[in-house]
Design a binder for this molecule. Structure first.
Ligand SMILES: Nc1ncnc2c1ncn2[C@@H]1O[C@H](COP(=O)(O)OP(=O)(O)OP(=O)(O)O)[C@@H](O)[C@H]1O
Length: 226
């Protein structure tokens, strides 16, 4: 199995507070990692450091292979979006995932539209293509945001509590899509408080409390240590 990302002795401080301490880990192609830990243990900080949104105080994160080709899709912690009045259409929202890489003038081409449609099909939301995002249910909105994170065909998909605001049926649907995406070759890093569901789905568990307390196979993870 090929390595995708290697983090070595990562430290992140917010002022005086040490939030990540000597964190080292490797993510391989095709991994499905569940990232767990108590409130304030540093999960979101780890994700943000990985994405380059916040700088590390020391240590390194290496994207193995061709850095220019390495893409990470990111689905941030869910906002309560039930009452969005934003008039954007679903295909426009998904298209935003493609615009970041383009030079001005940024335009959606015919090929882009095909990618958007393929991705909406992948997440089971093609029938929503021309709907307004604000008219959708929470579960449907989350599928659309998932499509936006996937439209670039990333090597790694990072999800921060993607199902916490959803009902059990919508939650299982999102988990099913994530499973499918993983089987199609995208590595997954999923932050969740729902250790039970996570252990059923993720191949590996990473437990952190500022430091890494466990990183290994889900079946060997002792829930009592959480
Ligand atoms: N921008 C910031 N400035 C200062 N301190 C911060 C900042 N962001 C997070 N922290 C602190 O860093 C620690 C870790 O926060 P982080 O959000 O990474 O934890 P978490 O495990 O994701 O928590 P939760 O499960 O509640 O989302 C907390 O003590 C938090 O208060």
């Amino acid at each position: 199995m090929n390595k995708l990302i290697e983090a070595k002795d990562l430290n992140v401080n917010y002022g005086e507070e040490k939030v990540l301490i000597d964190v080292s880990f490797t993510i391989y192609e095709n991994d499905f990692i569940g990232l767990v830990g108590e409130n304030g243990s540093g999960k979101t900080t780890l994700v943000k450091a990985l994405l380059g949104i916040i700088p590390s105080t020391s240590g390194s994160i290496n994207f193995i292979g061709n850095k220019n080709k390495m893409t990470i899709g990111y689905l941030p912690q869910i906002l309560v979006t039930g009452n969005i009045k934003f008039p954007a259409l679903v295909h426009e929202i998904v298209g935003l995932g493609l615009l970041g890489n383009k030079k001005y003038p940024k335009k959606i081409t015919k090929t882009d539209m095909e990618k958007i449609e393929d991705t909406l099909t992948k997440v089971g939301a093609i029938d929503l293509k021309n709907k307004r995002i604000g008219d959708l249910s929470g579960g449907q909105q989350q599928k659309v945001l998932l499509a936006r994170a996937l439209v670039n065909n990333p090597n790694l998909l990072v999800l921060d509590e993607p199902t916490s605001a959803l009902d059990p049926k919508a939650r299982e649907e999102i988990f099913d899509i994530i499973d499918k995406v993983n089987k199609m070759g995208t590595a997954i890093l999923l932050v969740s408080h729902d250790v039970q569901s996570l252990m059923k789905r993720a191949k590996k568990i990473m437990l952190i409390d500022r430091k890494i307390l466990y990183y290994g196979l889900s079946q060997d993870f002792n829930q009592n240590s959480y």
